[in-house]
Design a protein around this ligand. Structure first.
Ligand code: NAG
Ligand code: NAG
Ligand code: NAG
Ligand code: NAG
Length: 465
């Protein structure tokens, strides 16, 4: 949303460059986006209208350290975030801050990005600076937003920068580096900042729900279990269980390499010391969720490395599931309840709270942008499934964050997918914002902490934000 891509000393990010190179829908770029860099007060005014308890946003690493290192500290970038944080707190809205939401400083990418282990200490230095500078006021920190997407789209399919297509090796390599960078940042906070700042540090992991296509087929049940482990367990198992990858992941990759004449995937290994470093490094489980898939086992083994081939699953959708403007998001509300049960059972139990850190659906450019009924239905149905998970299944969900306050630059889809509660006119130099029906709807959900109408007739417990 920020825009101001090269203003006031900000360095270039990999998404700036990717846009400039014409890799984004219709050659769009993040140069101006919603111009939120110049509209802090106005955006916080819109937020006040919704009366949320939390606002989740990310810091752009190259706005703070232009070339990624402390030597390139940019005081004007720091001032921008100070102003935003203070303005939120003045409005009684708690800031929840993500340190890395994909916009890596281009200079660090030029040194190998997440494929170069030396980025671990660079990330820890950046995280430490942020804790030191903003941590007196920020009590909720997210190290990484959706590392699966970074690995899968950045290094597997190449749809995101740096556009590397190497799903068997590079994907697993960068995931490994990111897990260690996350763990180091958590320890920096835990040892040096927690004693005086008393905040929480976690990570946001994305996952579909995976339903066996044929629930009576053992093969399909195992394939669905693999799907969840390749998407979520890949990151959640090391952090929340024992510092290491799930056995299902290790054995499947070993199995595929044995089936094929050459190695098609390589899962790095943690040393015993690294396992101890990674295990238990989250104060909450940030979950990002949108959709579900029906999973069957791959009919025949193929040795062409792809995410699905390596995992040995074949994801499908049910023809009855409604589609959205995002080709990958089908509306399957009950999938969220099942995913929450799974996360609670396998990773968090009663020890660690779950924060739903991203959920929502887009409309496309051409549709009636003010009367966004589809988005309201999506929120209503998904939030109702969260309610069931909390009330009927005793899952400890303590937060729900809707995507998003305003329409924004949606990565490779540019401005074509509109996730905002407020419409942004990207053709207008002033980037005019207009509330959609969903903004009024969501503000009543916040006001009632649940639903006022007969349709659901339920309220979330008081501790849920
Ligand atoms: C994107 O930009 C390139 C180079 O400037 C141009 O050749 C191409 O036609 C543009 N594509 C679109 C969809 O505008
Ligand atoms: C990895 O990053 C360091 C700087 O931290 C740099 O000196 C080194 O050349 C990089 N390695 C590669 C392969 O680019
Ligand atoms: C991982 O950490 C948890 C607590 O967070 C602990 O119960 C468990 O024993 C640890 N496992 C290993 C293998 O260290
Ligand atoms: C919004 O659209 C729905 C159906 O798509 C319609 O029933 C409703 O009356 C519309 N609301 C407004 C305010 O136009």
């Amino acid at each position: 949303v920020e825009g101001a891509w090269a203003e006031d000393g900000k360095g270039e990010s990999i998404w700036d460059q990717y846009g400039h190179q014409g890799h984004v829908y219709k050659n769009q770029t993040a140069d101006v986006a919603c111009d939120s860099y110049h509209k802090t007060e106005y955006d916080v005014y819109l937020l006040r209208g919704l009366r949320p308890k939390i606002y989740k946003f990310s810091i752009s690493w190259p706005r703070i350290f232009a070339d990624g290192t402390k030597d390139s500290l940019n005081p004007q970038g720091v001032s921008y975030y100070n102003k935003l944080i203070d303005s939120l707190l003045d409005s009684n809205i708690e800031p929840m801050v993500t340190l890395f939401h994909w916009d890596l400083p281009q200079t660090l990418q030029d040194l190998g990005g997440w494929q170069n282990e030396s980025i671990i200490s660079a990330f820890a230095e950046y995280a430490s600076f942020c804790f030191d500078t903003f941590g007196d006021r920020v009590k909720f920190w997210i190290t990484f937003h959706e590392p699966w997407v970074i690995s899968y789209a950045g290094y597997g399919t190449g749809q995101h920068p740096p556009g590397i297509v190497d799903p068997g090796i590079a994907s697993y390599q960068v995931a490994h580096v990111i897990l260690k960078a996350h763990a180091l940042a958590w320890h920096v906070y835990n040892s040096h900042y927690r004693p005086k700042q008393h905040g929480k540090v976690g990570i946001v992991l994305n996952s579909d729900w995976a339903e066996p296509k044929n629930p009576r087929s053992v093969e399909d049940i195992r394939a669905a279990e693999r799907y969840l482990n390749f998407m979520l367990g890949w990151f959640a198992h090391p952090i929340f269980v024992n510092g290491d990858y799930p056995d299902v992941l290790k054995s499947q990759i070993q199995h595929m390499n044995q089936q094929c004449s050459s190695q098609i995937a390589k899962l790095p290994t943690f040393t015993e010391e690294e396992k101890r470093l990674v295990n238990g490094t989250a104060d909450f489980f940030g979950l990002s969720h949108y959709t579900s898939r029906l999973i069957s086992a791959s009919a025949n083994h193929t040795c062409i490395p792809s995410y699905d081939n390596i995992g040995g699953f074949s994801p499908q959708v049910d023809p009855s599931w409604p589609q959205t403007a995002a080709p990958w998001i089908y509306v399957v509300p009950w999938g969220l309840r099942r995913l929450l049960q799974f996360v609670s059972k396998d990773y968090t139990g009663s020890r660690i709270p779950i924060y739903i850190a991203e959920n929502g659906a887009p409309v496309d450019d051409g549709s009636d942008f003010i009367n966004d009924t589809m988005r309201m239905d999506y929120y209503r149905l998904y939030i109702n499934e969260v309610l069931k998970a909390v009330k009927l299944d005793a899952v400890d969900v303590q937060m729900y964050v809707a995507r998003s306050l305003i329409d924004g630059f949606e990565g490779a889809a540019g401005y074509s997918q509109r996730f905002g509660l407020h419409h942004v006119n990207f053709d207008d130099a002033n980037r005019q914002r207009t509330p959609k029906e969903s903004a009024y709807f969501f503000s009543t959900v916040i006001e009632n902490n649940g639903f006022p109408d007969k349709f659901l007739e339920e309220h979330l417990p008081k501790h849920v934000v």
